[in-house]
Design a protein around this ligand. Structure first.
Ligand code: SF4
Length: 306
């Protein structure tokens, strides 16, 4: 095992491309059916109007401009020479195919971009979009990222996701049939979830054909329904200690080959309501590593026991 007690994403990219590869977050200016009225208008209870995005599209920045700006910075800071375009904000398969084709093609026309990672909802991937992504995957690295959040339907309903676990399973099956790798997003600390429900989500990930996972901490952002719940005492955030022990146990249940892309939240300081420790990303990772070392834990340790 590498120095980290789990299979980390940067090492995976380095193995694949032989050099450091930096992800560049892109905002395609799309929306989400859970916000535009198709499924709902309020969104998931923790999502604000930016849809977890950078807001670059609202500032009229094209994909080409966003890439150029980020590349200049990342080349200076990390001496990076290869990049992955990450369509992150809102639902990046939620538009007619010609528009999506043109967005993906614009990102891939940059010779330094070795592939794309496309974040979306599992109920928003049509066969034609998947067929197109399969074609692209013959030439470049293509990943799909689906929000699962929890493997519990009651939780998904409570947080107003607008889809169920079966929708995730369907998207996963159709994506894997085309050979495209999948990253599942999960959230620890969702309202109504206890330790056992969170670990059930880990078991779900472990028992499905999922290549990577992003483990998020639920934090409260201004202007969201969750903020009202929090202010009214209907939601309590996890403490750092609870999060660390939960994330560590989650990792022990995953098979060793699953790539871990994220282990913390990454809130904007000006938007965060609570918990304040969510801003201390390095400290949180240090605490997790120390906890895992102290108790002899590592990814896959309890995989066979799941
Ligand atoms: S699916 Fe994503 S963009 Fe849509 S409301 Fe939920 S968190 Fe926001």
């Amino acid at each position: 095992m590498a120095s980290k007690p789990y299979r980390d994403y940067n090492s995976y990219l380095r193995e694949l491309f032989g050099c450091r590869v930096q992800k560049i977050t892109l905002d395609a200016g799309l929306t989400c059916p859970n916000r535009d009225g198709t499924l709902g208008t309020g969104g998931c209870i923790y999502c604000n109007e930016r849809g977890s995005g950078t807001g670059a599209a609202q500032q009229s920045k094209s994909i080409t401009e966003q890439l150029a700006n980020a590349k200049a910075y990342l080349k200076r800071r990390y001496k990076a020479i290869k990049f992955l375009g990450y369509f992150q904000s809102f639902t990046n398969t939620y538009a007619p195919l010609p528009r999506l084709r043109s967005l993906y093609a614009e990102a891939l026309s940059d010779p330094d971009v070795v592939g794309l990672t496309i974040g979306t909802r599992p109920d928003c991937v049509s066969e034609e979009v998947l067929d197109h992504l399969q074609e692209l995957s013959q030439q470049r690295l293509i990943w799909l990222e689906y929000g699962l959040q929890s493997a519990n339907d009651d939780t998904l309903s409570r947080i107003h996701r607008g889809h169920d676990v079966a929708a995730f399973e369907s998207a996963l099956r159709r994506t894997r049939e085309r050979g495209i790798p999948v990253c599942a997003h999960v959230i620890l600390g969702l309202p109504g979830e206890d330790r056992e429900l969170m670990l059930n989500t880990a078991r779900f990930v472990a028992n499905h054909d999922i290549q990577s996972v992003k483990i998020h901490l639920l934090y409260v952002v201004r202007g969201t329904p969750l903020e009202s719940w929090y202010e009214q005492g209907q939601y309590q955030c996890l403490s750092r200690e609870e999060y660390v022990s939960m994330a560590a146990e989650f990792l022990t249940l995953l098979p060793p080959h699953v790539i871990i892309q994220r282990l913390t939240g990454d809130p904007h300081p000006e938007e965060l309501v609570a918990p304040s420790w969510a801003l201390e990303k390095s400290e949180n990772l240090r605490a997790l590593h120390a906890y895992m070392e102290k108790y002899g834990l590592y990814q896959g340790k309890d995989h066979a026991l799941r």
